[in-house]
Design a binder for this molecule. Structure first.
Ligand code: FAD
Ligand code: NAD
Length: 444
């Protein structure tokens, strides 16, 4: 790299798409700058995965305790205020820890909002001008807002996770990842929850018969699902809010969560000025994560692609760019199997080939009713099943599971799918027994 610029590599955004690779890159002697307008760490630690899973932990526990109520002496309930306080206590230190990781590696952090001036120059907060040989756009996603009257009366996922007191009633618009995970948490904590769907399917990325079981279970627990809701307006009425939907119908609620998706965070970035190709799906890159402007790259959620928008994908891309920029590789990015999970209770997790695609391709799809399997009976799981897809050679190529620990079961199977292990190789591995991973492995 050349000393013509302030930095060899400048990252815009300090989420997983940046810091997992930027810190080790700086350690190789490459001059790295990172510009961040919000908290270091971005969405996942501060207002995404880590925050959400902390709020979810008591939900998982209360569900299991309720099933074991003839053994346990009292049924626990969730103290919402304490739950949110605990979440805050353990996520508050994360930005400082990640800052240290970047700075100890030798990277420089610049706080502020970045705007491109030209392909090698970025202006921070209209004041500081910074130049770099290569620039990485890693600005992530931001919440989509419904374009209807009163939209500002609705809140987003960050607002939900910061609620000091749980509203008595909550209307959630959207039944994707956030809508379903937060419906699960709010319902378990005691709120009256209504979920309004755009069409008639929740969690469209997941196997629909499993999704139906989650929806039925939540319905039994008191959540109302309104399909084809056609939400038209929000209005304030004294201390409450009205949601107008359908054919002149109205619903009164204490709080509204707009969970209608997340969109590329490209506000004020100046991409038109430098001619980087993007649209409402995100920034377009080639198989080296390079945009159409050769010195500008992009990584993480902001990419326009069909991959799951999840932290491990952003992490993988960040590590790839680290290897590319430090000369350790010149090969195109080669994605492994990327699993996904929705942290409802039970969860649905999947990796590799999905069931509808497997059925279409005529591959073998095995059914496992796990509720009958002894290990799942330990915690009296009523909803537990998995489907596995094997190719013509008998290799495991896909798995989908619904259960309380589906994420761990699928994690355990990833090596078998990614490395196309054969029966002999699978049988050679001795796992820890009794565990969910061991149980999953034995079905591989
Ligand atoms: C509620 C919620 C729950 C989630 N749960 C999970 C989960 O359980 N598991 C999972 O794998 N994934 C989960 N995700 C997704 C995960 O958080 C993202 O995939 C991941 O954070 C993407 O990282 P990123 O670096 O691409 O973007 P981000 O983490 O969003 O980082 C982008 C950063 O860029 C900054 N930025 C934007 N524009 C500028 C600018 N012009 N100048 C300077 N800085 C800028 C932003 O402030 C932000 O900090 C969840 C997301 C949400 C919202
Ligand atoms: N467990 C996880 O890995 C996890 C958890 C949360 C979020 N995330 C990530 O965050 C991103 C955003 O999640 P999300 O749930 O906001 O998006 P999403 O795309 O999963 O869901 C948005 C939902 O809103 C619905 N919708 C859109 N317009 C609507 C309307 N007018 N009325 C009613 N419904 C409407 C859509 O049909 C969809 O079901 C996802 O890409 C996901 O990868 C991941």
């Amino acid at each position: 790299m050349t000393n013509k610029y302030d930095y060899d590599v400048l990252y815009i955004g300090a989420g997983h798409a940046t810091f997992d690779g930027a810190a080790p890159l700086a350690k190789t002697g490459v001059r790295v700058g990172v510009i961040e307008s919000g908290l270091i760490g971005g969405t996942c630690p501060n207002r995404g995965c880590n925050a959400k899973i902390t709020l979810d932990e008591p939900v998982k526990l209360t569900r299991e305790a309720a099933r074991l109520n003839d053994i346990l002496s009292s049924a626990p309930t969730i103290n919402w205020t304490a739950n949110v306080a605990h979440k805050q206590e353990i996520i508050d230190p994360l930005p400082a820890g990640l800052t240290a990781r970047l700075e100890d590696g030798g990277a420089t952090i610049i706080h502020g909002h970045a705007t491109f001036k030209d392909a090698h120059t970025v202006v921070v907060d209209d004041q500081q001008t910074i130049t770099a040989e290569k620039i990485v756009i890693a600005t992530g996603l931001k919440p989509h807002r419904l374009d209807i009257p009163g939209t500002k009366l609705a809140h987003n996922s960050s607002d939900f996770m910061n609620l000091k007191r749980l509203p008595q009633s909550i209307v959630i618009i959207g039944a994707g990842y956030i809508g379903m995970e937060f419906a699960t948490i709010a319902n378990a904590a005691g709120a009256q929850v209504t979920v309004m769907l755009h069409g008639d399917q929740a969690l469209r990325d997941f196997y629909q018969p499993f999704v139906a079981q989650v929806v039925d279970d939540l319905t039994e627990r008191g959540v109302t699902f309104i399909k084809n809701a056609n939400v038209q307006a929000f209005t304030k009425q004294d201390d409450q809010f009205q949601v107008s939907y359908g054919d002149h119908q109205q619903l009164t609620t204490d709080w509204i969560l707009d969970a209608t998706g997340r969109i590329p965070n490209l506000d004020g970035l100046g991409l038109d000025r430098i001619g980087v190709k993007y649209d409402r799906h995100g920034v377009y890159v080639n198989d080296h994560l390079q945009t159409n402007v050769p010195n500008i790259y992009a990584a993480g959620d902001v990419l326009a692609n069909d991959l799951p928008k999840v932290t491990p994908a952003a992490y993988f891309e960040s590590k790839y760019l680290m290897r590319l920029f430090s000369g350790q590789t010149s090969a195109p990015i080669d994605y492994p199997v990327i699993p996904s999970v929705v942290f409802t209770s039970p969860r649905i997790a999947q990796a590799g080939m999905k069931i509808p695609a497997a059925e279409k391709a005529g591959l073998t799809v095995s059914d496992n009713d796990l509720a009958d399997y002894w290990y799942y009976q330990v915690s009296k799981e009523p909803i537990a099943a998995s489907k596995q897809v094997h190719d013509q050679d008998g290799h495991l190529v896909g798995v989908t599971e619904i259960s309380d620990q589906a994420e761990d079961a699928v994690n355990a199977l990833l090596p078998a799918i990614e490395y196309q292990l054969d029966r002999e190789q699978i049988d050679r591995l001795i796992g820890i027994f009794p565990t969910i991973g061991y149980a999953a492995w034995h079905r591989a």
